[in-house]
Design a protein around this ligand. Sequence first.
Ligand SMILES: Cc1ncc(COP(=O)(O)O)c(C=O)c1O
Length: 358
Amino acid sequence: MTEIPVTKASPKELKKKPALGMELGFGKIFTDYLFLMDHDPGQGWHHPRVEPYRPLSLDPAALVLHYGQEVFEGLKAYRWRNGEIYLFRPRMNYERLNRSARRLCMPELDVEFVLEATRQLIRLEKDWVPPAPGTSLYIRPNMIANEAALGVQISKKFLFYIMLGPVGAYYPQGFNPVDIYVTEKYIRAARGGLGEAKTLANYASSLLAQEEAHELGYTQVLWLDAIERKYAEEVGTSNIFFYIDDELVTPPLHGTILPGVTRDSVLHIARSLELKVTERMISLDEVISALESGKLKEVFATGTAAVISPVGKLAPRGKRHIISGGKVGPLSRKLYDHIMGIQYGKIKDPYGWMEKVA
Ligand SMILES: Cc1ncc(COP(=O)(O)O)c(C=O)c1O
């Protein structure tokens, strides 16, 4: 593919790079450039370009601001010890972005084109990819409806952009168990709704539950199904796994759950470890009775941001249950080390998941 045109930032516009260690935190620092591209019915996707990072200029009537027509992704680039930079299963993210776009009546992207745009942007910004173990460059592709019009309707104009930012640990506590509050009051998604799309409404609807969980001293919320409020669905912005006896159980993808790239990777690895892996509905009652009978070995959440987050406490209906003695369980540790090992090039990647960028 041809080189995407770059408007160079003036030396004054270039940001001072912070110390690129774990203290970076998550989502606070952004690099110097954005990739942008426009869409309209006549031209389709056109005008791909790289420009200095800047505020977007949107008409106050831009449809995204009123009716939420937006989809996004989150993936990471990792710097290996030899200095090379790799992406982890990036096609899965862009294919998911296209599925989300279809659900929100938005135009699909050419996966190979946006992947190449991502690579070119990362090469331009390669000095921002942090070298410290556990750090990475977070990539946020975003598509928004930017036709200026009121009245609920499908936009005729869209903007796609990719922003980058160096990140450290998602949770300040690092790879340590998190405390999870089970909410029966709020739901994240119902079948037929938007749950399996990565779109802003799902995150807006999660804020109040998250806030109430924080006030009670918990890190995240366990979402139950919308109808019976009985079956586990997701944890915060992660997928959820339960290790009971010798079975690793995760809820099935039936429309309310985001099909996580990390979830899929854990399923592959767990099967290769010859664990019994089942995608099935699992009720909170089953989890609690497994806990009480000593059969519940571990609970963990999976996602790009934190990879594996072991659950140390689970609190349904005002009760606090301690999981794995409140410690990181052996399976969580093994999966974390395995996925991180592949992502940082420390162990063999038998699946061909890593893609070299620079
Ligand atoms: C609601 C939700 N569930 C699950 C995940 C985990 O998905 P992935 O492993 O692709 O990061 C995310 C993160 O993107 C999410 O936002």
